[in-house]
Design a protein around this ligand. Structure first.
Ligand code: HEC
Length: 143
């Protein structure tokens, strides 16, 4: 009896506030679950497209295929300036960086601020584009 009364008293308030939001969430959840993996793949595809447009003139993703810049296969976890035969600046070779998502993000945002004297002058000011490119580079890692 007591619990019935409490329930009845509490119901109108909670009902009014929660029901529309709950219904919206219930309607959106399956949609979000369906669309999320698609978005993740779409971002990778976007990263590949951006890489082709912004990086591929100077960087290949095949081992042993250096262009003006070093090949970038497995760049995440690689020591900066370490590709044999690539045309590095002294600044890059002595930078002491081991590339991870964070350092790549900082470098791509403003290469010359991070590595003073680097030969790479191209930057990617848009954070979402950097994330997409880094996702793509990560997906191309050899292991
Ligand atoms: C105009 C040519 C050019 C373009 C375009 C370019 N880079 Fe570079 N990149 C270079 C050069 C040259 C170096 C070597 C820099 C040095 O030694 O100072 C380099 C170095 C790098 C390095 C360090 C590699 C290592 O082995 O330490 C990364 C990472 C990198 N570039 C990523 C990118 C990405 C991602 C893009 C596209 C958004 C890009 N670059 C676009 C010329 C370019």
């Amino acid at each position: 009896m007591i619990s019935n009364t409490i329930h009845a008293a509490a119901a109108p308030t909670t009902g009014r506030i929660k029901r529309p939001a709950g219904a919206l969430l219930a309607a959106l959840l399956p949609f979000a679950a369906l669309v999320y993996p698609f978005l993740a793949t779409a971002q990778e595809a976007d990263g590949q497209r951006l890489f082709r447009q912004r990086c591929a003139t100077c960087h290949n993703i095949e081992p042993g295929q250096n262009k003006m810049g070093p090949q970038l296969l497995g760049i995440i976890g690689r020591v900066a300036g370490s590709v044999e035969g690539a045309n590095y600046s002294g600044a890059m070779q002595s930078s002491g960086i081991t590339w991870d998502r964070q350092s790549l993000d900082t470098f791509l945002a403003a290469p010359r601020q991070m590595v003073r004297g680097t030969r790479m002058t191209v930057s990617v000011p848009d954070a979402a584009q950097r994330a997409a490119i880094i996702d793509y580079l990560e997906s191309q890692s050899p292991d």
